[in-house]
Design a protein. Structure first.
Length: 605
C-alpha cells in the first residue's frame, strides 16, 4: 500500500520520484506510514496529498468543513473515538443519503461501519485529516458545551462522592479535554477557569490578552476542578489550600507541558493553567524581531569569553526566550553551559539545567556557587534578586565566565541603579557588565488582514517623532526598519520601493513605504487566521545599552539613569524602547497602539 500511495502521488504530480524514494526509506527506518512521513517532512502538504488520492478514486475533495451545518442527531449516533480513529465525520444530510468527510479516500472500511451506525446510505468526500480532526473537536465540543450549559450539574450534598462520580462522566471529561485542544488551536498561553455566582467562565490568554471563550453551568464547577486535579496529580479533597501540579498532554501530535495552579476563592476554586508548547519555543534569535545592527552586536557579545549580559523588563516581556535563544546560538560541544532557573520552562539539549528549590536551600546564589565547581564556560542565572547572587555573578564573570541573567527594571540604564541598590559597587559593575538589553513584547499584526493607512501628526508625536529633527530621525528609522530581521531574512529583502501610489496598495501588501505619501503605518484588521483580533503572535522591541568607555565613566561617577540614557543615545546611538517600537511600526510589524501600551512607563517619564 505504501508504494501504491507513492505511485499515485508521483503520477498526479504531487510528489517527485526522488522525494518519494527518500520518504520510503525514512518510513521503513521509522516503522511509520508513508503519509505520516510525508506530512512530517512537509514533502507534500496535506491538501495536495488527499486531493491526489481522491482524484485517483474519483472522489470529490473539500478543503474545509463547515461545522455549523453538521446535524447533531448524526453526531449522536457516531462515537467520538470512532470518528477520531478513522478520521471520518458525517457533515450533512441529503434526501436519501448522508454526506461523510473522510481523511483516507483509499480506505472504504469505515464507510461500511458508518452505514450501520447511521442506518442510511453514505456518500464520501475527501478532506485533509487535520481539517476533519479539527471539525470533530469543534462539533463534539459544541455538543458537550450545550450539555454543561443546559444542565444544573446536580446537587452537591455528598460532595466528595459526587465529585468522583461526576468526573467520570464522559461529557465533563470531553469538555476539559477540549479546553486544551481549543487553547492549543488558538495559540493560547494560559487557560483561566473562574467561578462566578451563576456560571463557570473560561478565558484564554492569547498574545498577552485575555479573551472569554467558554462557559458552563455553576453546578459543574466541582467536577471540572476535580477532573483537572486528577490529571495534575493533585488532592481533589483539599479545597482550602492552593495547589500546584503538572500535566503532560499530546495534542494534535504536539507534546504540551501544562503547569496547573489552583487557589481557593470566595466563589470556589480557581484554576490557571500555563501551556508550554515545546515545539513552538523560539530558539533562534532571528525570530525575535531585532534590527540587523542590534542583532549583530548582541551576537558578538554572547560569543565573548567572559563578562555579564543582562536582560531586563517586567514579567512576561520575553526575557527568558531571549536568553534561551542566546544560549542556543552559542551551544556547541566545546562549551559547558549551565543554567539555574525558576522554573525550568523548556529543556535545551546539551545544556545542564537546574531548578531552584528554596525550601531545601537551593537558591539562585547556592546554585550559582555550585556551578563554579563544575568547570563552566557559560552560566545563565534565571534572575538576580539579591546582593549575594549579584556578587557571585560578578566574581564569576571576572574569573573567566560568561554570565547571562535577568533583572526586573523598566529600562536598560535602571539596571545599573538596581545593582547599586543591591549593594554592588560601581567599579564592580563597570568592570563586569558588558551590555544591558531592555525589552517588551508587542503583538504582531496579522499579515493576512492588516490595513495600511497614512499616519496623522498625532501618531508621529506619540512615537517621539515630532521634534525639530523629525525628518532626519524618520529617514534614519526607515533605513533601520528595513533591516528588521524576521525568520533569518531582513524585511528590506521583501520590500520594493515601487512606483505604486498609496491607493493601489492592498491590505496585505508587503511594501512599507509609499513614495507618494512618505510613510504609511498599518492597523489591525480581522480575519479567520487571527480569530478576528487583527493580531497573530508577538515580537520584541529592544533597548540595547552597550557599556562602552563613556557609559563606564558615567557608572563610576554615580550618574543617574536619565544621564546614562542620554550618554548612550549620543555616543552609542542607542534607541530607547519607544523609538525601537517606532521602528517596528515603520516595518509594518505592529501598530502604534501596541507600542504605546508596551512603553507607557517611558512615556510617563
Amino acid at each position: 500500500m505504501q508504494h501504491y500511495v507513492g505511485e499515485i502521488l508521483v503520477r498526479r504530480g504531487a510528489l517527485s520520484q526522488d522525494a518519494l524514494a527518500q520518504a520510503l526509506v525514512a518510513a521503513d527506518e521509522r516503522g511509520a506510514s508513508l503519509r505520516s512521513v510525508l506530512e512530517a517532512t512537509r514533502a507534500v502538504d496535506a491538501l495536495s496529498l488527499v486531493r491526489a488520492l481522491a482524484d485517483e478514486v474519483g472522489m470529490r475533495c473539500i478543503e474545509r468543513i463547515d461545522t455549523e451545518g453538521v446535524p447533531e442527531d448524526l453526531i449522536d449516533r457516531v462515537p467520538i473515538n470512532f470518528a477520531r480513529q478513522h478520521h471520518v465525520l458525517p457533515i450533512g444530510e441529503r434526501d436519501d443519503y448522508v454526506l461523510v468527510a473522510v481523511g483516507d479516500p483509499l480506505d472504504p472500511a469505515p464507510l461500511d461501519d458508518l452505514r450501520a451506525l447511521l442506518g442510511r446510505p453514505v456518500e464520501a468526500v475527501a478532506a485533509p485529516a487535520e481539517a476533519i480532526d479539527d471539525a470533530i473537536n469543534r462539533v463534539y465540543e459544541r455538543k458537550d458545551e450545550t450539555a454543561l450549559a443546559d444542565s444544573d450539574g446536580g446537587e452537591q450534598i455528598d460532595e466528595l462522592q459526587d465529585l468522583i462520580d461526576m468526573t467520570d462522566e464522559a461529557p465533563v471529561i470531553r469538555w476539559v479535554n477540549n479546553l486544551f485542544y481549543s487553547a492549543v488551536r488558538e495559540r493560547a498561553s494560559d487557560i483561566h477557569i473562574e467561578p462566578t455566582d451563576r456560571e463557570v467562565i473560561v478565558r484564554y490568554r492569547i498574545d498577552g490578552r485575555l479573551f472569554p471563550r467558554k462557559k458552563a453551568n455553576r453546578g459543574f464547577l466541582a467536577s471540572i476542578v476535580s477532573r483537572v486535579k486528577i490529571e495534575a496529580g493533585l488532592n481533589i479533597a483539599e479545597k482550602r489550600l492552593p495547589q500546584d501540579g503538572r500535566i503532560t498532554k499530546k495534542i494534535a501530535g504536539k507534546v504540551v507541558d501544562v503547569r496547573v495552579s489552583t487557589i481557593p476563592t470566595a466563589r470556589g476554586e480557581r484554576i490557571v493553567m500555563r501551556l508550554l508548547d515545546k515545539e513552538k519555543v523560539k530558539l533562534d534569535l532571528t525570530d525575535l524581531g531585532f534590527a540587523r545592527a542590534q542583532l549583530d552586536v548582541w551576537e558578538r557579545l554572547i560569543r565573548r569569553p567572559n563578562g555579564i549580559l543582562l536582560v531586563t523588563g517586567p514579567t512576561g516581556s520575553g526575557k527568558t526566550t531571549t536568553l534561551y535563544g542566546s544560549l542556543n546560538q552559542i551551544n556547541t560541544p566545546e562549551k559547558n553551559i549551565l543554567t539555574v532557573e525558576d522554573p525550568v520552562e523548556y529543556e535545551l539539549e546539551g545544556i545542564g539545567q537546574m531548578q531552584i528549590q528554596p525550601k531545601i536551600g537551593l537558591t539562585f546564589a547556592a546554585g550559582l556557587r555550585s556551578f563554579l565547581r563544575q568547570d563552566p564556560d557559560v552560566i545563565m542565572v534565571g534572575e538576580i534578586r539579591d546582593h549575594e547572587t549579584a556578587d557571585i555573578a560578578i566574581h564569576a564573570s571576572l574569573t573567566g565566565h560568561l554570565v547571562l541573567s535577568t533583572l526586573h527594571t523598566n529600562d536598560a540604564p535602571m539596571a545599573v541603579i538596581r545593582l547599586v541598590d543591591m549593594g554592588i559597587k560601581p567599579f564592580q559593575i563597570s568592570s563586569s557588565v558588558m551590555a544591558i538589553l531592555a525589552q517588551r513584547l508587542v503583538r504582531r499584526l496579522c499579515p493576512f488582514c492588516r490595513v495600511p493607512y497614512v499616519p496623522k501628526d498625532a501618531d508621529l508625536r506619540e512615537l517621539g517623532l515630532d521634534d525639530e529633527d523629525m525628518t532626519e530621525k524618520l529617514e534614519a528609522l526607515k533605513r533601520v526598519a528595513a533591516t528588521t530581521v524576521i525568520g533569518n531574512r531582513e524585511i528590506g529583502e521583501d520590500l520594493s520601493l515601487p512606483d505604486l501610489a498609496y491607493d493601489e496598495l492592498e491590505p496585505d501588501a508587503t511594501q512599507v513605504f509609499a513614495p507618494s505619501r512618505g510613510v504609511h503605518f498599518y492597523r489591525p484588521g480581522a480575519c479567520e487566521e487571527c480569530s478576528q483580533t487583527g493580531y497573530r503572535g508577538r515580537i520584541g522591541i529592544y533597548e540595547l545599552l552597550v557599556v562602552d568607555e563613556a557609559i563606564r565613566r558615567a557608572i563610576l561617577n554615580g550618574s543617574d539613569a536619565k544621564t546614562m540614557q542620554r550618554i548612550a543615545q549620543q555616543s552609542g546611538g542607542m534607541r530607547i524602547l519607544r523609538e525601537d517600537g517606532a521602528r517596528q511600526v515603520l516595518a509594518g510589524v505592529t501598530s502604534v497602539e501596541e507600542v504605546l501600551a508596551a512603553t507607557q512607563a517611558e512615556g510617563l517619564d
